[in-house]
Structure formats: C-alpha cells, structure tokens
Design a protein around this ligand. Structure first.
Ligand code: C2E
Ligand code: MG
Ligand code: MG
Ligand code: MG
Length: 284
C-alpha cells in the first residue's frame, strides 16, 4: 500500500512539474511576442500626501494586454521574466513609458511630483541599469528627482555590496530610491542605515493586520519611528478603509496608496482623476 501511494505521489509530483514548466514556457514565449507586438501596458496608482491630501505622485505597475487571456497581472509573468532575463527588456520598457508619462503630467502643472518604478534584483545585477536609466532620463527630459526606483529588501540582500554601489550612482544623479514591501523580508537594519534611500514602503500585509489585536499596530508604529529617526519618509500601500487611514495618519505616515483613493488605472484615467482635477484634497 505504501508503495502504491509512493507511486501516486510521484505521478502527482511530475504532473505538477510538467504543468508548471508548460505554463512557464507559454508565458516566456508570450512575453517575447508581447514585447515585439507592444502588448504591455502601464497602469498608475496615485500616491496621496497624508497632510494635504494632494496627489503628489504615482506608482507605475505593468500589465500585459494579451489578445486571448485579457489583462494579465504581474504576479503571473514577473517571476518568469526574472528567471528568463526578459525582465531587463520589460523593465526598460516600463522605465521609458513611466518617464514619458511623468514628464507630460509635470508639464501640465498640478502638484504631480514623481513616478515610482519597481525594479527587480536581476535588473540591478545583470544589465547596466544605471546607464539605461540615465539614457532614458535624458531622452525623455524628465528631471532625475521626479523618478523614484522601488527596490525590495530581498533584492538588496542578494548582493548588498554591489547593489549599494549602484544605489550610490543613482543618488549622485538625483534619482530617488525607496525600499518596497518593507518589513516582509530579511530586515538588516544596518543596511537600511547605510543605504541612500529616501523612503520605505510599509507592506500591505501590515495594513490588513491592523484589524486584528495582533502585532501589526505595534510594528507599524515601530517602523514609522525608526524611518523618521533615519529621516526617511514613510509610504503605506494597500489602504482600503477609513479606519486604516485614521490609524496610519495618526502614526505620522507621510504618503498613502490604496484602493480607498484609487486602484491602479490607465494613464488616461489617471489624468482625468488627478491631473485635470487641479489642486484639491483627495482625502475622504
Ligand atoms: P508592489 O510593488 O508591492 O505593488 C503593490 C501591489 O498592490 C500592486 O499589485 C497594487 O495594484 C496592489 N494594491 C495597491 N493598493 C491596494 C489595495 O488597497 N488593496 C489591494 N488588495 N491591493 C492593492 P500589482 O499591480 O498586481 O503588482 C504586484 C507586484 O508586481 C508589485 O508589487 C511589484 O512587486 C510587481 N510589479 C508590478 N509592476 C512591475 C514592474 O514594472 N517591474 C517589476 N520588476 N515588478 C513589477
Ligand atoms: Mg512597488
Ligand atoms: Mg509593495
Ligand atoms: Mg508586493
């Protein structure tokens, strides 16, 4: 009987492996075509200043408009892009598109100050990311301090010393840097102290946890205190309810992102809601 079960487990295991590598191959092939056929899209989620309520910036989030699958979210293709190295091309496309859009919004006046772009570890380690960014900034004419790069703790930790060197180059250029998903990874506070970043983004999992009696409130308080002590600004992502908003602003979080204000939307929708709307508070 044990032998039978072992055999079945083995079959399940190989079936799952096959399905996964099939999915991986399908996504990889599709992604190559997506780059050639211009199927990638950029959505923007507004960032709100917690004191003034003004829309001060946006995070750019990539999507894939697949002819049959519809709108595909990054969770389905970013890992494959990272594993195959396609993230370098995807990332360059995202950077150029985000900078072009930010430049247009800044020229249209309003309080719009910066666009945040997610950068994977692989982009830091494999390609000449610094040169790519510098070229895109001069091509698009966007002021370097209107661009913010979001890196995750785990990306930094994969190769702290070489990442630090690249971060210093960005710092010298005037590009802003933030640590994404803060608090979820292996938080080496020594690096937080040494790294030339301007802000940390508190992960949505802490915001979800605020409803419980657990540790999330304590952790959010501690992260805000630490970040402010290091003169870093605090962005919170995943704000969905008025209760969460009240707690987070009371703790002194500087900038807010979440469905309470807006989901990520197309550039056109973003313009209508946050650029054309003029100077007004978006706090509920
Ligand atoms: P992230 O950078 O932490 O982005 C935040 C994610 O939370 C986004 O998911 C956003 O749509 C979602 N979100 C924001 N507010 C709320 C909220 O109030 N409630 C809920 N339930 N969700 C909220 P998305 O767009 O699916 O992106 C997922 C992840 O994919 C991102 O996490 C980021 O790590 C990665 N990603 C997205 N675009 C890019 C890109 O251009 N390059 C790279 N390398 N990674 C990207
Ligand atoms: Mg992000
Ligand atoms: Mg995040
Ligand atoms: Mg995330």
């Amino acid at each position: 009987l044990a032998k039978e079960r072992g055999k079945n487990n083995y079959q399940f295991y190989t079936l799952a492996m096959t399905e996964r590598s099939l999915e991986r191959m399908t996504v990889e092939r599709g992604l190559r075509r997506a780059l050639a056929e211009r199927e990638l899209r950029l959505h923007f989620q507004v960032q709100i200043d917690s004191v003034s309520g003004l829309a001060t910036g946006a995070e750019a989030l990539v999507r894939w408009q697949h002819p049959e699958w519809g709108l595909v979210y990054p969770d389905r293709f970013i890992t494959v892009a990272e594993e195959t190295g396609l993230i370098v091309q995807v990332g360059a496309w995202v950077l150029r598109e985000a900078c072009l859009q930010a430049k247009a919004w800044i020229e249209n006046g309003g309080p719009f100050a910066s666009v945040a772009v997610n950068v994977s570890a692989r982009q830091f380690l494999e390609a000449n990311l610094f040169q790519t960014v510098r070229d895109i900034l001069s091509e698009t004419g966007l002021n370097p301090n209107a661009l913010e790069l979001e890196i995750t703790e785990s990306a930094v930790m994969q190769n702290p010393e070489s990442t630090l060197q690249v971060l210093r180059q960005f710092q010298a250029l005037g590009v802003r840097l933030s640590i994404d998903d803060f608090g979820t990874g292996y938080s080496n506070l020594t690096y937080l102290y040494r790294f030339p970043v301007q802000s940390v983004k508190i992960d949505r999992s802490f915001v979800i946890g605020l409803a419980d009696d657990g540790s999330s409130k304590t952790l959010v308080r501690a992260i805000v205190a630490l970040a402010h002590e290091l003169r870093l600004s605090v962005v919170v992502e995943g704000v969905e309810t008025a209760e969460q908003l009240a707690f987070l602003t009371a703790q002194g979080c500087d900038s807010l992102q979440g469905y309470l204000f807006s989901r990520p939307v197309s550039a056109e929708q973003f313009s209508q809601a946050f650029i054309g709307a003029g100077l007004r508070s978006h706090l509920p």
